[in-house]
Write a protein that binds this ligand. Structure first.
Ligand SMILES: *Cc1c(COP(=O)(O)O)cnc(C)c1O
Length: 229
């Protein structure tokens, strides 16, 4: 997409976020737009930055490491979220690169993150990813294990559990998953919810989303077969 069309789609999305928030009595500022720039060029990100966007999501450590250091130099207030699966051998790079890691989903990873944070003194905030649909191919802690995992991350490992995140199954209404995650967060005193993507972010806002992760509706379609969910 051109610089102009990225700016105009961002304006459209911001307007839709404000309308959805207003419709359920929330302040638009309660919802952070995470612009998902995976597969899109550094120039596309620059166009979004120029249009005032500061929060971005990437799902691969390597790709983010190539794109973002130069962008950060120019925009020190940029905030980068990791929204894709994290392998333990990439923890060091992830902790140095990301401000928020949304995909903490298993004890071994949580331990590796805690170790790296203790070593470096750099403390990205963490979201726990929950596999609300219990899909075998999808990342995320099983719903039945989530409560104990949240407590362990906080109490034993000292991670900052800022929020919960989920990616609902494609073939189910997302609302039941959003409602489940909201209730899980409430029960465990977790403040933030990363739910909602291009197709369903307005629904997510009515279920309490504090972060919506929107890619296609801002930057356009990604290469076919490269959806990377
Ligand atoms: C790619 C991706 C998104 C963005 O999806 P769109 O449908 O393009 O808005 C959101 N969340 C995660 C975890 C993703 O991998």
């Amino acid at each position: 997409m051109s610089t102009d069309s990225i700016a105009s789609s961002l304006a459209t999305i911001r307007g839709r976020i404000a309308a959805a928030a207003g419709a359920c009595g929330r302040a638009p500022a309660e919802v952070t737009l995470v612009a998902v720039s995976k597969t899109h060029s550094e120039d596309a990100v620059r166009a979004a930055l120029q249009a005032g966007q500061r929060v971005f999501g990437e799902n691969r450590v390597q790709e983010a490491a190539q794109k973002f250091p130069a962008l950060r130099d120019d925009h020190p207030d940029l905030v980068l979220h990791l929204i894709g699966p994290l392998q333990t051998n990439k923890v060091r790079e992830a902790v140095s690169l990301f401000d928020v890691i949304e995909t903490v989903d298993r004890p071994r990873l949580a331990e590796a993150l805690a170790g790296e944070m203790a070593k470096t003194g750099r403390h990205p905030s963490c979201f726990i990813q929950v596999n609300t649909g219990e899909e075998p191919q999808k990342a995320g802690i099983a719903p039945g294990d989530a409560g104990a995992f949240i407590a362990d991350c906080r109490d034993r490992l000292g991670l900052t559990v800022a929020g919960l995140m989920c990616i609902p199954p494609l073939d189910e209404p997302p609302a039941i998953h959003f409602a489940f995650l909201r209730e899980l967060a409430r029960r465990h005193g977790v403040a933030q919810l990363s739910i909602g993507m291009s197709a369903d972010f307005e629904t997510a806002i009515t279920f309490g989303a504090t972060h919506v992760r929107v890619g296609t509706a801002i930057f356009g379609a990604r290469p076919a077969g490269d959806d990377r969910l």
